[in-house]
Write a protein of this length. Structure first.
Length: 89
């Protein structure tokens, strides 16, 4: 499970759905999970502050916002600044 903390779960859900991700679980503006039929890794979005509290870290964060995927989806940046890049083959 790859769980991202986002500012607005509903807006981020729309962003990922518009890119072909299928939401399999959704709990209002608090949490959403996407199916990944071609991958063993699932993507989920959770309110940033709530996820930070669970993880015991600052909601502002200091880590990388770059992710690398093995896909033909092409590179993109989501509403929270997560930069998705395609792994070179």
């Amino acid at each position: 499970m790859l769980q991202l903390g986002v500012a607005d779960v509903a807006a981020s859900k729309r962003f990922y759905v518009d890119r072909g991700f299928a939401a399999t679980k959704s709990f209002g503006g608090k949490y959403v999970e996407f199916a990944a039929p071609s991958s063993p890794v699932k993507l989920s979005l959770y309110k940033r502050r709530a996820l930070a509290k669970v993880a015991g870290v600052s909601p502002e964060g200091t880590g990388s916002h770059r992710l690398v995927i093995g896909s033909d989806a092409g590179p993109f940046t989501d509403p929270d600044g997560f930069v998705w890049k395609v792994a070179s083959t």
